[in-house]
Design a protein around this ligand. Structure first.
Ligand SMILES: Nc1nc2c(ncn2[C@@H]2O[C@H](COP(=O)(O)OP(=O)(O)OP(=O)(O)O)[C@@H](O)[C@H]2O)c(=O)[nH]1
Ligand SMILES: [Mg+2]
Length: 370
């Protein structure tokens, strides 16, 4: 713990800033909260103790306490504006509840989540990781104006709403999805992960069975944040530690959005286990630099060592995870929007075009909220 210093200020707080949970409840390892509005600094000073108070644009590490002075969690606080802070804490539901309670006790009031498309675009821009994601978000207000106009023909209206439902893959531009690297020991999985991430993240060695734990690394794959999960190579083994790693690998594979299956390019034909891997999967042959082009089996080839085929692989991966044909028009990128689009689809099922139009209008701005 750093020196907590004397930043605690327990004077009166006259304004009540708004508190908002930015991450999905109960998901992931870190929860992100925003405290914003007049009085945000004063309220935060009552609960957050740090060696140095952050200036705008700075990050500070410290301890969050309740008003009785009991430690609630270690947190990272980013000051994104004069009276606007983002706070990262552990994401366990109990910790999250205590953090929210401590900040409310200090004087913040829980804010309502965004209820308009414009606010959702602004909020999502704040966490977009790529230019591609920013461009997609900035185009949404105009694209939605068109999407709100449902044609009078029922089939055409259904097709338009179905396209909106398919566009929900756009969320993969904003929130990382998991891709598990699978394959036999020594196939080159860890090397491929390092090459896609652009730095050494996983240990590589010529001893089969090197990777034991599931190693996770975030890569931007053609503008998509992808959490690559390197896993232990699958094989029968008497080694208890390696078996535990293989079991973890199978779990990671089941929960992944896609499996990137690595086959050593020097192997002839397809390995027998290949078709046991769940769909969707993408098969790639590794170590292209060791196999002459004329001796290569048909398929997708890469060399983690020399970079051959990596850009094409990144493109294919991104296209499989978020097909461009689903992202050309208005996109659904929040649960709230998805809810209204589902209602519109249900209304069209019941042949109620007017109800479907009303539901879609709520995406732009929810009546009575916002
Ligand atoms: N020439 C060449 N060698 C490679 C390439 N990719 C991996 N290798 C070598 O193949 C061996 C195994 O690579 P890893 O990346 O550790 O393989 P892995 O699939 O993670 O292996 P396990 O963790 O044991 O399952 C190492 O000696 C790597 O240097 C490549 O593109 N070209
Ligand atoms: Mg490995």
């Amino acid at each position: 713990m750093p020196d907590l210093g004397s930043s605690a200020y327990l004077g009166p707080v006259n304004a009540t800033p708004e508190l908002q949970l930015l991450t999905a409840e109960g998901a992931g390892g870190v929860a992100l909260l925003r405290i914003s509005g007049a009085g945000a600094s004063a309220v935060l000073r009552r609960a957050f103790l740090s060696g140095r108070w952050p200036e705008v644009g700075e990050v500070a590490y410290g301890e969050l306490q309740d008003l009785a002075g009991a430690r609630v969690d270690d947190v990272l606080v980013t000051r994104v504006g004069e009276e606007r802070y983002e706070l990262g804490c552990h994401a366990g539901p109990a910790v999250q509840r205590r953090v929210l309670a401590a900040l409310q006790a200090a004087g913040a009031r829980p804010g309502s989540p965004p209820a308009t498309l414009a606010d959702e675009v602004e909020e999502a821009l704040g966490r977009a990781l790529s230019e591609r994601a920013c461009r997609l978000l900035l185009a949404q207000p105009e694209l939605w104006e068109r999407a709100l106009e449902l044609p009078g023909d029922l089939d055409a209206a259904r097709a338009q709403v179905a396209a909106l439902e398919r566009s929900a893959v756009s969320r993969r531009l904003l929130e990382p999805c998991q891709v598990a690297l699978r394959g036999a020991p020594n196939a080159g999985k860890s090397s491929l992960l390092n090459a896609l991430v652009g730095r050494t993240r996983a240990v590589v060695s010529d001893a089969p069975g090197t990777t034991r734990d599931a190693v996770r690394a975030l890569a931007l794959v053609d503008g998509l944040p992808v959490l690559l999960v390197d896993t232990a190579g699958d094989r029968d083994t008497g080694d208890a530690l390696e078996r535990a790693g293989i079991e973890r690998a199978r779990r990671a594979s089941r929960s992944a959005a896609l499996r990137l299956v690595v086959v050593d390019g020097r192997e002839q034909g397809d390995p027998s286990w290949l078709h046991d891997e769940a769909e969707p999967r993408l098969v790639v042959r590794s170590k292209a630099d060791l196999v002459a082009p004329e001796a290569r089996a048909p398929g997708r080839w890469v060399s983690a060592l020399e970079g051959e085929g990596l850009a094409e692989l990144a493109q294919t991966l991104a296209e499989q995870l978020a097909p461009e044909e689903c992202l050309g028009g208005a996109c659904v990128f929040t649960d709230r929007q998805a809810g209204w689009v589902r209602r519109a689809a249900a209304a069209l099922e019941a042949e109620d075009l007017a109800a479907a139009r009303r539901a879609l209008l709520q995406v732009r701005e929810e009546a009575g909220r916002g």
